[in-house]
Structure formats: structure tokens, C-alpha cells
Design a protein around this ligand. Sequence first.
Ligand code: RP5
Length: 186
Amino acid sequence: MFRGIKIRICVNPPCGIFRIEKEKRMKVIIIMGSSSDAGVMKGAAEALELFGIEWEARVLSAHRVPGELKKYVEEQAEQDAVCFIAGAGLAAHLPGVIASHTSLPVIGVPVRAAFDGLDALLSIVQMPKGVPVATVGVNNSFNAGLLAVQILSVHVPELKRKLKEFRAKRAEAILQEPKDREVFND
Ligand code: RP5
């Protein structure tokens, strides 16, 4: 588990004289608008676990419990949260509302509840200038988890190495697929 990374801030060269080192835990927070989103949002936790990233999940709706949502986001942002993943369907305001309460990165997952998820996709992706939400494909919470890992990897070489390995394995699997006439065999 990546429970801690060392952040080094060098104020003046040579690095070491004014060096501040502190331990920081890294936790990704997964929030969904309803327990009916849980099946879809599980993919985010699966991706995070593949890379040993600590996560915490909550059901908190932007419309049904707005006060509790704000409180939770602000508390987590003050503690160990480094990134939020938020999934919602229909009038999916959850990721945008979370982004309005924190400057940490927010990744939105449009959940397919009506109109093939297009309503949620447009609602999540169309944020006003100044309050961005990174949006993945409809129901693609695995990619949200993976994107969170990539964000975290900026300061963690071990994660960068694991991501490289992950992609190489997937590339290898594709190259092992049958060729020519065998492609069309059952
Ligand atoms: C949204 O409405 C939720 O995120 C969910 O995708 C959808 C339906 O919610 P329930 O009526 O099942 O609670 O707020």
C-alpha cells in the first residue's frame, strides 16, 4: 500500500540546506450519488487496488444531502485525500459540486441511468471555466481509478513503473491475439 510519500520542497539550491521533508498519506475518495451506482463504481476501487492505492467510498448525493456532502469533502481535503472520484446518473451534479468545494482533482463518472448515460455525461463534462472536472466515459469507473493512479504517479516513481508494466502487459495480450483467418474463428 502507498500509505506515504515523501514530499521534498527545495527552497534554494543546493537542495538539502532548506529542505523540508514530510510524510503524506495518499487516499482516493470515491463518492456516488446513490447506492444504485455501486455496481458501476466498483471498477474505480478495483483499479486503485491493482496499484495498491488506499481508497474510501461513500454514498452522498449533491441534491439529497448537500450539507453532509460539503462537510465530508472539506474534511477529506484537509486530511489525506489527494483526488476525488465521483459517479452519478441523471442530473449528475455530484462531481461538479464536489469540485466547487475543493481544489483537489475531481474525476467524474457518468452513470447510465437514462438516455444511455448521455444526460449524465453532458452534465458532468460541461463545467464552467475555472472549475474543471476530468470526465471519463459512461460507466467507465475503471478508467477513473486509473487516471487517479496516473495523477498520483507524478510524485511516485514506483507507481510510474507499475503503470508502464500494466500497459506493457495489455499490449502483449493484444499482440497474442489470433491472426488472419483465426481472427474470425469462434
Ligand atoms: C442519481 O440518480 C444517482 O447518482 C443515480 O445514478 C440516479 C438514480 O438514483 P436512485 O433513484 O436509484 O437513488 O442521483
